[in-house]
Ligand binder design. Structure first.
Ligand code: FNR
Length: 182
């Protein structure tokens, strides 16, 4: 594939709605983009003392991100922000100072929750963070996906209305990815 894009899912739970969203979204990407899932579940809590002696888990994570051209963050909203797990992963990748693996990678920001405003606040927090990390980010369309039982079927295929909208979202992401890579 011409481009490597990583999905970073902010929820660690097995039946995560955000993991389901990420898997369903992955199917909407064109074949020239290879999607991988970046595991953040085994990362220790970030500790700056260990910047120069990272554990194997941390090194593997950073190498995986470093090899990507883009990252799609699929985040739950935990108490009106992103999950601690996602923030921890972002912090790990950002250090040591000057050696961030995030800089320049094209970011997509999306997430789902059953709530009426469906991760809108978490996504705004995440936009601040990815700006600080110097990640070019898709501004529009925004996707505040409310989780409902009919969002997708058991095979992870979106209902018609959501499929059309989320396909537009993917198109916008791919357009920015290609523009940045050119
Ligand atoms: C939540 N949930 C939640 N939902 C929301 O829309 N806004 C919020 O601020 C919060 N806060 C919150 C805090 C904590 C600690 C938990 C565990 C949950 C509900 C959340 O949207 C729901 O649990 C989703 O299922 C989480 O996403 P995953 O884990 O299914 O991907």
């Amino acid at each position: 594939a011409a481009y490597q894009v990583g999905m970073v899912v902010g929820s660690l739970r097995q039946d995560s709605f955000n993991l389901k969203l990420a898997k369903a979204l992955a199917k909407l990407f064109p074949s020239e983009i290879e999607i991988s899932f970046v595991d953040i579940s085994q990362l220790p809590l970030y500790n700056q003392d260990l910047d120069n002696q990272p554990t194997e888990t941390v090194s593997t994570f950073k190498q995986a991100v470093a090899a990507l051209q883009g990252v799609v963050f699929v985040t739950p909203e935990h108490n009106r922000s992103i999950s601690a797990a996602l923030k921890n992963a972002l912090d790990h990748g950002s250090r040591p100072y000057g050696k961030s693996v995030w800089a320049g990678k094209v970011a997509g920001v999306i997430g789902t929750s059953p709530g009426a405003i469906a991760t809108a606040v978490a996504q705004q927090h995440l936009r601040n963070i990815v700006a600080a990390l110097d990640m070019p980010t898709v501004n529009q369309p925004e996707a505040f996906v409310q989780w409902t039982d009919d969002l997708m079927d058991a095979e992870g295929v979106f209902n018609k209305r959501s499929a059309a909208f989320l396909q537009q979202w993917v198109h916008a992401y791919v357009a920015l990815l290609k523009q940045q890579a050119a």
